[in-house]
Design a protein. Structure first.
Lengths: 505, 306, 359
């Protein structure tokens, strides 16, 4: 048998209280597209960080082309032909494309030459990019191109891609796959990390499945059903959420002609948004990250105020009201960023329960705080939503992502909202917690609340929403019934492939 | 009142002298802030530089050694800031204040025996030809070498930030320390160097006050110049040449109000004396709308969690 | 290799222990400093920390503890509210001066009228003076986003010039034989802040205790205090909770200014007695140390204020008895803040020794 490109042998890495990787071994062949499959928290990120030299294994060895490979830092990994496209981009907003790419190279050529090479490579691989644009102004897909080109300029032997499609429209995913196939044909191996099974089945030659830090099996994706892979990944069969048939009631939330300028340098302006949500309905809002999701949530939560008429709650204008007043009227929200936005990291769960619950749960009288009641409310969230924590005195940041998300969603759901707006409710959350959260959203709707679910996970939106709309550069497409929507239609609603016009520069 | 007593040649010449301490401290702080570090200890580093430079110049009789000592003194104090913010991960605002409070005390302690002494004079450059030009010669080309060093430093910092890889990395670290770390850059090491550079520059600026501008030693003699230098970096919106411009503006105001005092203008001395501070506030107000050039990681603590 | 590991949540034990360790470390390294200066370190430390409380002349020094401690606590309580919310008023020294000028001005305007309303009006004047001075950075920050650190600090230098101008001009004692400085308010019975000078009791002490209680209730029991803490911990979460940042900035800066102004008024109407060019002695800056030493907690600040007052008094004794330079005490206080900030890491991080990893 030929020597594999990279061979991992018994890699183990422990963090306090958690073993991220336990005795993981597998091989990646030359020119192979190898999938690394696993749930959030399965240890995929830690594993690739070891390969990329960001983290050192506690034990185990790696062989590159049969020789011992132990990169002390990413620079060494890059020198050995290993390149990585990060899930959370490692880009600098205020710098331009060429500068960003230069920072990822060992000995970059002069800026002018580099710009020319960027144009070259971007045309060869069908990834159009203007080297002099400021990165902060690019769309998520274009930002990913910057990272990919940064890698390609170094002629990598192994390209690591961490959840690359989570920020792309379906059309952009097609383009990416073409690029990756071209790379493969040129002999570049790709380690493709994902939890999206269909993607892996179309793209990858081989898959390794991680669960709780261990290699639990390998398979040839094309010959394995998505269901089998899912069970391997999760460890048990998952129950899809139940959707009770329900009657739609009155219009609960009505947004008309909403336009808001961008709140920050690299933010997105909202442009002329119209939508209505009825009682008992779940409206799913898709779109690639950075197309106005955060801004839309801020406008609905009351963090950003607008003309009173732009946002109506059961017919009543609320656009000019702040978050507290809106909560009082029954409009509750749960932002995407758990730590620092939805919850204060260093504060206890009791204090975090107070954070949004003070009005509706009656935790204040004359400005004075009723801590005992707040604690009881926190306890109720913990029990009802199965939040794993020693108790309400613990700081928010001591909880795992999934548990904190259950707490955040539970905190709003238990306040019996008339309208609930959630942004990325299951982002970075393990499968069982995600299922529980989706179920609670559906139950809430079944009880007559109107729900707006903003998410980048299209599968999730198809699963729980009655109607679907997409945000694209701050504009919202006309909502359509979910039933019968094709993936192509969804992709076009999301804006197709962004920035392709630059191709003709 | 006798405004004719104000000599424009001397006014410009002394404006350049008055601007140099702010310029030196400002350009040093600019580099530190570009790396993402907000060091509010400029005043403390300046005054420690002022006394270190003064003491060494007096003891050795060499102003040159004095300036070297001032740079070392300023950098040494900034090392405390490094320990607090880069090693112990303390809040940068609080640490900067601590540095200033400590520096003011330390300088007073160091300077006890130097009150009322004259330092050795810092020689002026004798630039042939240029210095002989009437009016412009004595105005621009008849200064000590440190003043020109300050201007040269601005040029060097500008060119480094704009054209070199080191400058690019420094900017990248200040922009997003997490991204820089992910690419394998040594965030903490780069920031430490930037802080030390800032400290050395502030020290030089302080010594310029005690050795050239005044020249003698009194407690608390920097009188807020370090804070004005901090304001200057905001004013300059993190651009080196605008630091130069701003420093000369502030220098001009300082010199002008001193000249007006001497000329016996009908405004009470105290009101003239507060004018540089009021104008600093005014400038801050006018320019604080535009923060777009501020490094995105400015003032945030970096801790690599893995 | 030493590795820092973030604790899942801040350690309560360490947050109480670190100030104590910082004090001990400062005593030790302060001792080293005094030894370098040629003084007996043990004697110096004893003179500073022991003599004012239990020495031969403690009866004289103990009242001083209240006199020096009151302004420190009063100012530090105000500062701590802002610091908690990430609003950095470091110009308390200026607000202290302006409070003194306005408060004393009110009193002097009534001279020599004998009335019970004079002093309350002076208190109001002091608070308003400090408040108004702090509203300058507050309004500029709210309206233009101007950095409050720099503006409040610049205003200290402006206030110092105002002080000079006042003691030479408007408030100058007409019967002062041309010397700079105002009338002595201690000679004007309706305008003195002394309650009992023999035990060091003046209205500033009373207000300091009231401020501590007020701040404690505010931070632990009231929505506004909760919002202050929330803003400091997570500004975005605070806005999500419905906090209006502008209102918080105005409240925090305004309150700290008013308290600093009160401290100035009580000082000028009591221990200092008059407006002079060198009226201010840096309480506004030392209070920053007090606030941090007390971990921004009202009760902590009370203790820290006492301790810092002790170093002032002990420092003066050491100055006269041992010839320890005044600046040495300033360095000593600065050192304390250093150790405190440096040790704070123990609260949030665990320090582990790990064998150097062989890559």
């Amino acid at each position: 048998m030929t020597v594999p490109l990279l061979s991992l042998q018994g890699l183990t890495k422990a963090y306090p209280g958690v073993i991220a990787n336990n005795n993981v071994s597998f091989d990646i062949g030359v020119g192979q597209v190898h999938a690394l499959l696993g749930e959030n928290g399965a240890g995929k990120s830690t594993l690739v960080k070891m390969i990329y030299g960001l983290v050192k294994p506690d034990s185990g060895t790696m062989l590159l082309n049969g020789r011992t490979y132990a990169p002390p830092e990413p620079r060494a990994a890059r020198a050995d032909g290993i390149a990585m496209v990060f899930q959370h981009f490692s880009l600098f907003d205020a710098l331009n494309v060429a500068e960003n790419i230069a920072l990822g190279m060992e000995s970059p050529p002069a800026m002018r030459d580099l710009a020319a090479r960027i144009r070259d490579v971007s045309e060869t691989y069908g990834l159009p990019l203007d080297p002099y644009r400021t990165v902060g102004d690019l769309s998520a897909g274009e930002r990913q191109r910057v990272e990919i080109i940064r890698c390609l300029l170094q002629d990598p032997k192994l390209l690591i891609m961490d959840e690359p499609t989570s920020v792309l429209t379906p059309q952009e995913v097609d383009i990416l796959f073409q690029t990756l196939r071209k790379l493969k044909s040129e002999g570049t191996a790709i380690l493709y990390i994902s939890h999206k099974l269909e993607e892996i089945r179309t793209l990858c030659d081989h898959a390794t499945v991680l669960r709780l830090g261990e290699n639990v099996g390998e398979c040839i994706p094309a010959e394995t059903s998505a269901r089998d892979m899912a069970e391997l990944m999760v460890g048990s069969a998952l129950k899809p959420p139940e959707r009770a048939g329900r009657e739609l009631g009155e219009v609960a939330l009505d947004i008309s002609g909403l336009s808001v300028p961008s709140p920050s340098d690299f933010g997105t302006a909202l442009r002329n948004i119209h939508m209505t949500v009825r009682q008992g309905e779940v409206l799913g809002i898709g779109g690639v990250a950075g197309n106005g999701q955060d801004e839309l949530l801020s406008v609905l939560s009351g963090e950003v105020t607008t003309a009173a008429d732009a946002v109506k709650l059961a017919g009543r204008p609320v656009g000019d009201l702040g978050p507290t007043a809106r909560r009082r009227l029954g409009l509750l929200t749960a932002p995407e960023e758990r730590l620092g936005h939805a919850a204060a990291p260093d504060m206890s769960l009791t204090e975090n329960a107070m954070l949004t619950g003070s009005v509706r749960e009656n935790l204040v009288s004359n400005g004075f705080l009723k801590w005992r009641d707040a604690e009881n409310f926190a306890k109720r969230i913990i029990t009802d939503f199965d939040v794993r924590t020693p108790g309400p005195d613990n700081a928010a940041r001591s909880l795992s992502g999934g548990n904190l998300q259950k707490f955040v969603i539970g905190r709003e759901v238990l306040q019996r909202p008339d309208v609930l707006v959630v942004n990325q409710p299951t982002w970075g959350v393990d499968a069982s917690a995600a299922a529980a959260i989706r179920q609670s959203i559906l139950d809430l709707a079944a009880n007559g609340a109107a729900v707006v679910c903003i998410s980048q996970d299209l599968d999730e939106l198809m699963e729980i929403s009655d109607r679907f709309a997409a945000l694209n550069e701050g504009r919202l497409s006309t909502p359509r019934d979910t039933a019968g929507l094709t993936i192509d239609e969804i992709g076009l609603m999301m804006g197709g492939a962004h920035g392709m016009e630059v191709a003709h520069v | 009142m006798d405004l004719s007593a104000i000599n424009p040649v001397l006014l410009i010449a002394s404006l350049m002298v008055a601007a140099t301490p702010i310029l030196l401290a400002g350009i040093g702080e600019l580099v530190a802030e570009k790396s993402g570090v907000l060091n509010l200890g400029v005043e403390g580093m300046m005054i420690v530089g002022a006394i270190s430079g003064f003491a060494v110049a007096v003891e050795t009789g060499s102003p040159f050694l004095g300036f070297v000592a001032a740079a070392i003194g300023g950098a040494a104090l900034s090392l405390l800031f490094v320990l607090l913010t880069q090693v112990a991960l303390a809040n940068q605002v609080a640490s900067g204040l601590a540095l200033t409070l400590f520096g003011l005390g330390l300088s007073a302690l160091m300077g006890q025996n130097y009150v009322g002494i004259k330092p050795p004079p810092t020689g002026r450059l004798d630039i042939p030809l240029l210095g002989d030009i009437p009016v412009i010669g004595p105005m621009l080309f008849n200064h000590d070498i440190v003043l020109y060093l300050g201007i040269a430093l601005v040029a060097v910092v500008w060119a480094t930030l704009k054209f070199t890889r080191a400058g690019l990395i420094l900017r990248a670290v200040g922009e997003s320390h997490d991204a820089a770390h992910a690419l394998g850059y040594k965030v903490v090491r780069i920031r430490i160097l930037a802080i030390l550079f800032g400290g050395a520059c502030a020290g030089l600026g302080g010594a310029y006050i005690s050795l050239v501008r005044v020249p003698q030693w009194t407690e608390g003699m920097t009188a807020g110049v370090g804070w004005i230098a901090l304001a200057l970096v905001v004013f300059a919106s993190w651009k080196p040449w605008r630091v130069l411009l701003g420093a000369y503006l502030f220098g001009g105001i300082t010199v002008l109000q001193l000249n007006l005092q001497a000329a016996g203008v009908a405004i009470p001395v105290e009101y003239l004396a507060m004018s540089p501070y009021l104008i600093t506030i005014l400038v801050l107000v006018i320019l604080s709308k535009d923060k777009s050039n501020a490094p995105a990681s400015l003032g945030r603590t970096f801790h690599a969690s893995h | 290799m030493i590795v820092l590991e973030k604790r899942p949540q801040p350690s309560r034990n360490w947050s109480i222990a670190t100030p104590l360790i910082a004090v001990l470390a400062t005593m030790f390294f302060g001792g080293v400093l005094f030894a370098v200066l040629g003084k007996n370190p043990v004697e110096a430390i004893r003179t500073i920390f022991w003599d004012p409380l239990f020495g031969e002349f403690a009866f004289y020094y103990r009242p001083q503890l209240l006199v020096k401690g009151a302004p420190l606590v009063l100012i530090a309580i105000g500062l701590s509210l802002g610091f908690r919310a990430g609003i950095w008023n470091i110009g308390a020294e200026g607000q202290y001066i302006m409070g003194a000028i306005v408060g004393a001005g009110v009193g002097l305007a009534f001279y020599p009228m004998d009335s019970i309303i004079v002093f309350p009006l002076m208190i109001l004047g002091g608070a308003v003076g400090g408040w108004a001075w702090a509203m300058i950075p507050a309004l500029l920050k709210v309206r233009f986003g101007t950095n409050e650190i720099l503006v409040s600090l610049m205003l200290v230098y402006v206030a110092e010039q105002m002080l000079a101008s006042m003691s030479l001009g408007l408030l100058k004692n007409p019967q002062g034989f041309g010397f700079p400085g105002s009338r002595n308010l201690n000679e004007y019975a309706s305008a003195t802040s002394w309650i009992n000078q023999d035990v060091g009791m003046h209205w500033g002490v009373v207000f300091a205790f009231i401020a501590v209680i007020f701040a404690y209730v505010l931070l632990n029991r009231h929505m506004l205090g909760f919002h202050i803490r929330l803003t400091g911990e997570a500004p975005r979460a605070a806005r999500f909770a419905g906090v209006k940042p502008a209102r918080l900035i105005l409240f925090c800066l305004g309150t700290s200014g008013a308290l600093a102004g009160l401290a100035g008024l009580f000082e000028v109407a009591g221990p200092a007695g008059q407006i002079t060019i060198d009226f201010n002695v840096g309480y506004g800056f030392t209070a920053i140390i007090v606030a941090f030493l007390g971990r921004l907690h009202p009760l902590g600040i009370l203790l820290a204020g006492g301790l810092m007052a002790l170093t002032y008094i002990g420092g003066e004794i050491a100055q006269s008895q041992l010839g320890l330079p005044a600046a040495a005490i300033q360095v000593f206080q600065g050192m304390l803040l250093f150790f405190l900030l440096a040790l704070d890491i123990l609260t949030n991080y665990r320090i582990r020794l790990r064998k150097s990893e062989v890559a």
